[in-house]
Design a protein around this ligand. Structure first.
Ligand code: SF4
Length: 324
């Protein structure tokens, strides 16, 4: 059984790491962008951000004054049990969020939508969001008696959009909405670029938004979709996003997209839902795997999209003989 004290103390470390240490994959992507950028202001911003990340780590201070919205993804191995159960787990994550907001410190962004009530700790009604996934034991693993805690401090909140497309819009329609969104994000300052862009395709309206946000926040730079045709689109969309003449912070340049990740879900035959999400210049995420024997392993790759999470295997096949 995984101890609840271990969960809370690890969650506090994760909040600290996410706020201060930019993940290596994003940093490498940013350095690549800086090495190819020739727009004056875009180059200046990229270099300033690289200096900023270095200083944040050395001084143990948050890399951006805007915390974004801290959220949690919890992936439970199929054999994991938690002391006190899921309710205790949620309570520990809420407490860790409040403690870290005051400890790191982080800007308390969360307020009531109508009364603007602010508890100064990023905790409130429905905040922070906590989402769950489950995972079977993999080959070579006796049992999956671990949980992964993933925190994301999601900035670029206004750099998000949704459109109901139709099958006849095709790939060209997807590209049009993608480019419309990037131009709007850049021109109106809706998210600090360059960003990791996540695209959700299909599902229903709510799951399409979830897929797109997870595509932006839970995949690393350079990671490709397991479907080679979608992976091809991801590469094409990255190039497309970097060819509209905008770079860092919407200035003239050619590095607006550090990576483009696409996730899909089966949808109604009449529609083709699409969402676009920007995981901003401060792409903050931190991950830990906790085991029942007390071990904790930290990493920055959420490794969320396993074959099981994508439900790639269709377990039921039509009775072909009966249909004949
Ligand atoms: S969009 Fe990201 S980098 Fe820009 S202010 Fe918000 S959290 Fe900071």
């Amino acid at each position: 059984m995984i101890s609840i004290d271990l969960i809370q103390s690890t969650a506090e470390v994760l909040m600290d790491k996410a706020a201060i240490e930019i993940p290596d994959d994003y940093l490498t992507g940013l350095k690549d962008a800086a090495s190819t950028e020739d727009g004056d202001l875009s180059s200046f911003v990229l270099q300033a951000m690289l200096d900023n990340y270095k200083a944040a780590k050395e001084d143990r201070r948050a890399m951006c004054g805007d915390t974004g919205c801290p959220r949690w993804y919890v992936k439970m191995g199929n054999d994991a049990t938690v002391e006190g159960g899921p309710v205790a787990l949620e309570s520990a994550l809420r407490q860790a969020t409040a403690n870290a907001t005051n400890g790191v410190p982080l800007r308390p962004n969360r307020v009531h939508p109508l009364w603007r009530t602010d508890h100064d700790n990023n905790v409130g009604i429905g905040a922070p969001e906590i989402e769950y996934g489950f995972e079977p034991a993999v080959a070579g693993e006796d049992k999956a008696d671990w949980i992964d805690l993933i925190t994301v401090h999601k900035g670029g909140l206004f750099g998000t959009d949704y459109r109901m497309l139709f099958p006849s819009d095709g790939i060209e329609g997807i590209k049009r909405f993608y480019l419309d969104s990037l131009v709007a994000f850049g021109k109106r300052g809706l998210a600090c670029q360059p960003a990791i862009i996540g695209i959700g395709l299909g599902g229903s309206k709510d799951t399409c938004m979830v897929l797109g946000k997870r595509a932006a926040c839970l995949r690393t730079v350079g990671n490709m979709n397991s479907d080679p045709r979608i992976a091809e689109l991801e590469a094409e969309f990255k190039e497309l996003g970097n060819s509209i003449g905008m770079g860092a912070m919407g200035f003239v340049g050619k590095n607006m997209v550090i990576d483009c990740n696409i996730e899909v879900g089966y949808c109604h035959t009449g529609g083709m839902q699409m969402s676009v999400h920007a995981f901003c210049l401060s792409s903050r995420r931190a991950v830990a795997r906790l085991y029942a024997d007390g071990r904790v392993e930290y990493r920055t790759d959420p490794d969320w999209f396993t074959p099981y999470q994508r439900r790639e295997t269709v377990l039921w096949e039509p009775m072909l003989e009966a249909a004949e």
